[in-house]
Design a protein around this ligand. Structure first.
Ligand SMILES: [Zn+2]
Length: 375
């Protein structure tokens, strides 16, 4: 037993109803993507949407334990008790175990799932582990997760949740300990999140190399690894064997970024350009459209837009493309997936390099060279 591989939809508090409708819509064009739910927004609405989703397909709650290390909001604490910042950060094995049990019990509770089936998998929460704090907390978290799993799991499948900062993947000593610990922890799967400082597309070679080492380590040991909120990096990680990834209707659901004072770079009319594997401004998209070798996207959203930008359809277009890319990978084994992903990146490099210099500069797709070198 495991969960479906490939692209999943990522739940956010905004446009939540639309996301569940979208799963129905996508199911008509290939497999039905599951939804990764998150402890955000109104719990009654989450419960109702979970019920609708679970009746038709797969779903689980990413308990998002790292929120314990973010600015606390009283509302969230009331609805999702393990995220209560006033609770204090657990500081020993017993306290972390209890904290995780609280979250696992919530995932099984009627308050979360109403009358619907239990989630496809349970996931232990993880605070955000910092490379600068050493690995002691990593070991405590994994031990606590094992204890919490043993007391709650029964015949269910419980995956290990781990959240780290970027330096955990960039520092060789930390990375080795992280990969060894996660692979040998004895869980049937891993739900992994890494928070970094770059905006998408991610071009930090060391970070991506670190992620590759972790993903390949898990895959080699037959421990599936799922990357919520990883968006296109999650797709790239499919080349290394990653089991699944997610993205949704909010911009923040396509990559995990450390909170910064500049959280909202401002509204831009941009669209994901499948041939460059990144977002571009709509005016640039219109120019690319007229270039030789440009392949028009034929997804329902692009047909609806018919050449006029629409912010909602543009978001759904990105989801449709991610779902379609996943459709083509799912029947393949890891070697086949790697080959197919490499071919996509290769084609993107060719398209970029054939563009006139000014468009090449504006498209700013140098990250593709890094990606290509890693698959
Ligand atoms: Zn499209």
């Amino acid at each position: 037993m495991s969960i479906e591989n490939g692209f999943w939809l990522q739940y956010a508090s905004q446009n939540a109803d639309d996301l569940v409708d979208l799963a129905d819509d996508l199911a008509d064009n290939g497999y039905r993507p599951g939804i990764v739910f998150a402890p955000v927004g109104n719990p009654a609405r989450l419960c109702q949407l979970y019920g609708r989703m679970r009746a038709e397909g797969e779903a689980f709650l990413d308990p998002s334990g790292f929120l314990l290390d973010r600015d606390g909001r009283q509302q969230r604490a009331t609805n999702y008790p393990w995220l209560d910042p006033t609770y204090g950060r657990p500081d020993d094995l017993d306290a972390w175990t209890e904290w995780m049990e609280q979250s696992l019990q919530h995932q099984l509770s009627r308050g979360f799932r109403g009358g619907a089936d239990e989630p496809s998998i349970l996931v232990t929460p993880s605070p955000q582990l910092l490379a600068s704090s050493g690995t002691a907390e990593l070991y405590t978290i994994v031990d606590a997760a094992s204890a919490a799993r043993d007391s709650t799991e029964g015949t269910r499948e419980c995956w290990l949740g781990i959240a780290v900062d970027r330096d955990y993947l960039r520092n060789n000593a930390r990375l080795t300990e992280l990969a060894d610990t996660v692979v040998t922890a004895g869980f049937p799967g891993v739900v992994f999140r890494c928070f970094q400082s770059e905006l998408s597309p991610i071009s930090d070679r060391r970070l991506l190399e670190g992620l590759r080492e972790l993903v390949e380590g898990c895959t080699g040991a037959d421990v599936p690894i799922f990357l919520p909120n990883a968006g296109w990096v999650g797709w790239l990680a499919g080349a290394w064997g990653a089991h699944g990834h997610s993205g949704g209707l909010s911009k923040g659901s396509w990559f995990d970024r450390m909170p910064t004072p500049m959280r909202n770079p401002g509204r831009r009319d941009s669209i994901f350009e499948p041939q460059l594997l990144r977002h571009v401004h709509w005016t640039l998209h219109e120019q690319l459209f007229n270039e030789d070798g440009y392949e028009e996207c034929s997804c329902d959203s692009c047909v609806t837009m018919d050449g006029d930008f629409d912010a909602v359809e543009a978001k759904i277009h990105q989801i449709r493309v991610a779902h379609a890319r996943s459709n083509e990978l799912r029947p393949l084994n890891v070697i086949g997936r790697r080959r197919a992903i490499r071919a996509r990146i290769d084609a993107a490099v060719d398209f970029r390099d054939d563009l006139p210099r000014t468009l090449q500069d504006r498209a700013d797709a140098r990250f593709l060279d890094t990606w290509l070198s890693l698959v």
